[in-house]
Design a protein around this ligand. Structure first.
Ligand SMILES: [Zn+2]
Length: 169
């Protein structure tokens, strides 16, 4: 969900429209703060087991609550995208994944603004999957028997990873 700033988070002054680099953006009249419409960054990972099955979860939380998805989530500021993908997978499924390569970089415009999804392919190397609050249902699925993924970026990631050619925008 996008938060539209109305007051400056640095000094509390009400924001006013200012032309910055030929765009009209909410900006603070009293300090340098400008509410840039930066994209959020999310990560996801196509995790395969030794049999080539793909780890798929039903999301227990927004965004996309109730939809099937790849393990993934928003990137934290202090981690690399690959670290974020491993962390999200472990948190959501208890599966330890080794990242093998890039599946796709996908840009999506959502109601909440721009979203950049960095998706990897990886191999399960440890842990034992079990349901969590973030993934109350999950399992290993053969590619031809997987539930429909509820995010276009995840569908693209799966297709790109299986084709062997990363899709980079
Ligand atoms: Zn300010």
């Amino acid at each position: 969900m996008r938060v539209d700033f109305r007051f400056c988070p640095a000094c509390g002054t009400g924001l006013a429209a200012r032309e910055v680099e030929s765009r009209l953006l909410p900006a603070c009249p009293d300090c340098d703060f400008v509410a840039w419409p930066d994209p959020k960054v999310a990560v996801a990972v196509v995790v395969e087991d030794d049999a080539g099955r793909v780890l798929t979860i039903r999301r227990g939380a927004a965004p996309g609550q109730g939809r099937w998805a790849l393990p993934g989530g928003y990137l934290d500021a202090d981690e690399t995208p690959a670290q974020g993908a491993r962390r999200e997978c472990l948190e959501e499924t208890h599966c330890e994944v080794e990242i093998i390569g890039l599946a796709c970089i996908h840009h999506v415009l959502t109601e909440g603004g721009g979203l950049l999804v960095i998706a990897y392919g990886g191999h399960a190397v440890g842990g034992s999957i079990r349901p969590t609050e973030e993934a109350p249902e999950l399992g290993w699925f053969r590619a031809d028997a997987m539930p429909e993924l509820g995010f276009s970026s995840h569908r693209r990631a799966l297709a790109a990873w299986r084709s062997g050619v990363p899709e980079v925008l």
